[in-house]
Design a protein around this ligand. Structure first.
Ligand SMILES: NC(=O)c1ccc[n+]([C@@H]2O[C@H](COP(=O)([O-])OP(=O)(O)OC[C@H]3O[C@@H](n4cnc5c(N)ncnc54)[C@H](O)[C@@H]3O)[C@@H](O)[C@H]2O)c1
Length: 364
């Protein structure tokens, strides 16, 4: 291969060109081949990337000399395209979510492993400097015991036809939670509605329960008047708000809280708000770098296939909950820790409440 990584991109819609822009900013990467089934979109490619070959057929790209393929097509196509790319000996970066089912994700992970090829998923926020700062604070116990985390990803649109809002937007929040906590939930429960089209949920609430008693709530919506991209972390020492729409104050730490006194009287703390300095680099650039470096150096990328599979498992359980009218679906039986062993640095809310074997939920 030499040291220059030859990239192919499949899918030239909203996201594909953004990935290509970041790939071409890397000195050791070349945008070699771009594929989209829509010929009109390919006409635009020729203007922006005159050196790249183009085709409407993924088979032409797979038969070419590209070292790797980025798949930025609708979710229902991820599995078949990624499988074919791996079978043709290409390293693969698949956009989020990795696949539309657990079985598909498991097969891709096994195939990549057998073939000694890199399989990575586009969990862009795991490369966000602000998310990484939050993760460090949590892992080092800087915020104290974590009670709960609330995430909001709200917007008007973009309505998709092949998937609901859970499969479209929640991959980001689930991947942030897995990455920051280093731990996966033991159960999930969903309430969701399709306001515009009854069969496709456009507003959803996911309740996640962790083995140590901590909880998380994910709200995703295509039916909201303003753009919200927020993670609020409630802990006993300090609280944190990560707002991805506020570049000046993306992460704020609140020295705020409440304690139960001896009486019992609730006492409140209202301390300073601090805003850590965060050196900003575009997350998508870091993601592309990680992928290219994994190919060049044989390293394991941060958002490797197993990380993508872990998120798909939680999305599939959420889908099961939705289909069963909001039942609590246990993940405990097939939970895999994101990074192998649980981190000792994560001090989360402890509970002595017994776990219901059926639901995975703590009593009381
Ligand atoms: N990581 C992120 O932050 C992020 C952001 C947006 C989208 N995405 C993901 O990127 C992917 C694409 O999303 P989008 O918004 O760009 O969609 P889009 O509909 O705008 O673009 C998809 C493109 O793929 C092409 N296409 C579809 N099937 C094809 C096939 N079999 N062969 C070749 N071309 C094909 C379509 O013609 C279209 O141009 C999705 O998986 C989405 O979840 C990720």
């Amino acid at each position: 291969m030499g040291n220059q990584v030859r990239f192919g991109v499949i899918g030239w819609g909203y996201w594909g060109p953004k990935i290509a822009r970041n790939i071409s900013s890397l000195s050791y990467a070349t945008m070699s081949f771009i594929c989209d089934m829509d010929e009109n979109r390919l006409a635009q490619v020729a203007m922006d990337y005159p050196m790249a070959r183009v085709s409407a057929q993924p088979a032409d790209l797979f038969a070419s000399d590209v070292d790797c393929v980025v798949i930025a097509t609708p979710v229902r196509t991820h599995y078949a395209l990624a499988r074919e790319a791996l079978l043709r000996g290409k390293h693969v970066l698949v956009e989020k979510p990795l696949t539309a089912s657990v079985a598909e994700a498991e097969e891709l992970v096994a195939l990549a492993e057998r073939s000694h090829l890199v399989l990575m998923v586009g969990h862009t926020f795991e490369y966000s400097p602000a998310v990484n700062e939050l993760r460090t604070l949590v892992r080092e116990g800087e915020l104290g015991r974590i009670y709960c985390i609330e995430t909001e990803r709200l917007n008007l649109g973009l309505f998709r036809n092949d998937i609901d809002v859970i499969w479209d937007l929640a991959p980001h929040d689930v991947s942030i939670l897995n990455y920051v906590l280093g731990e996966e939930p033991i159960s999930v429960r969903v309430s969701a509605h399709g306001h515009l089209r009854a069969a496709i949920a456009d507003n959803a609430h996911l309740d996640l329960q962790y083995a140590n008693g901590a909880t998380a709530h994910i709200h995703v919506s295509w039916m909201h008047p303003t753009k919200v991209r927020r993670v609020t972390l409630i802990a006993d020492d300090r609280m944190a708000v990560y707002d991805d729409t506020n570049p000046q104050e993306m992460l704020r730490l609140f020295n705020k809280g409440a304690d139960v006194g001896a009486d019992p009287v609730i006492s409140y703390r209202h301390g300073a708000i601090t805003i850590p300095h965060i050196e900003w680099v575009e997350p998508l650039r870091l993601e592309c770098e990680d992928f290219a470096n994994a190919i060049r150096n044989g390293t394991t990328p941060r958002a490797h296939g197993g990380v993508g599979l872990a998120v798909v498992r939680i999305l599939a359980a959420a889908q099961e909950s939705l289909l069963s009218g909001g039942a609590v679906v246990s993940l405990a039986s097939h939970a895999t820790l994101v990074e192998g062993a649980s981190t000792g640095a994560l001090r989360v809310a402890q509970t002595n409440a017994p776990v219901d074997a059926q639901t995975g939920v703590h009593a009381g």
